[in-house]
Design a protein around this ligand. Structure first.
Ligand SMILES: [Zn+2]
Length: 247
């Protein structure tokens, strides 16, 4: 996981239709908040807005065609899911506990809340899990302040994930056992075997290039240096692991 730098200005569809929908959702909640809390009433969200092609395209560029969480390149095999950092339709503080409603409905079309994610990070792992370090600070409606929350999940647009999660070989670990790093690895399944396998293969290439540089035979060493430089850039898959290995 690395820092994601999104353009400050949201795509137009979020500024216009998204902002209107947010006002409509907030007004609906204010009229019948109890119903939305019990689940008797539920919101309808419009993926044509939050997952609009312009939103996806802007996120694709900002994230270099990688999953915001596991840094896998997926553009060649899938379009990716537009993922809500704070879950829009209900949240869980702990795995296995019932869904708490109504969720962060007012952030459904909020630029700061959107990322592109691979299907596994989103649907198999994160889903509606959104634990806070201090659960009493939870924002429960559009009237509350989310900036007062202290999420356990690292926000790649706000936090520097590499300060909290590093790697031993291909295995991620929380730096000095910090709670947010641990939680993020667990919530997103960043130690899942399929991902470890991909990272291991990637690391083998990194090691081979490093060996070529050490042997020092030109022009191969120079080529290896170039390639290794490139593999550490944000745009490359598993850049955080590559950088951690070479540090
Ligand atoms: Zn992923």
């Amino acid at each position: 996981m690395i820092r994601v730098r999104k353009p400050a200005e949201p795509p137009e569809v979020l500024r216009t239709k998204g902002a209107r929908s947010r006002r409509a959702l907030s007004a609906a909640y204010s009229r019948a908040s109890r119903g939305y809390e019990t689940g008797a009433k539920s919101f309808t969200f419009d993926p044509a807005l939050y997952a609009h092609e312009d939103v996806k395209q802007s996120l694709r560029v900002a994230q270099h065609d990688k999953c915001a969480f596991c840094e896998s390149k997926f553009a060649h095999i899938s379009y990716g899911d537009v993922e809500h950092f704070r879950p829009k339709a209900g949240w869980r503080q702990e795995e296995g506990e019932p869904l708490s409603r109504p969720g962060y409905y007012w952030l459904t079309y909020e630029w700061s809340n959107l990322f592109l994610s691979c299907t596994l990070c989103n649907q198999r792992f994160k889903r509606s899990l959104f634990p806070l370090q201090t659960p009493t600070l939870r924002a429960r409606s559009h009237k509350d302040d989310v900036t007062a929350e202290d999420p356990l999940l690292l926000d790649p647009a706000v936090d520097d994930p590499e300060a909290s999660i590093s790697f031993r070989e291909e295995v991620p670990y929380a730096v000095e056992g910090n709670a947010r790093g641990e939680a993020t690895i667990r919530i997103l399944g960043l130690r899942r075997p399929e991902l470890a396998e991909q990272r291991r293969k990637h690391l083998e290439q990194v090691k081979t290039l490093r060996d070529l540089i050490e042997i020092g035979k030109e022009p191969y060493a120079a080529r290896a240096r170039d390639l290794l430089q490139r593999m550490q850039r944000d745009a490359e898959a598993y850049a955080a692991m590559t950088r951690a290995f070479l540090r």
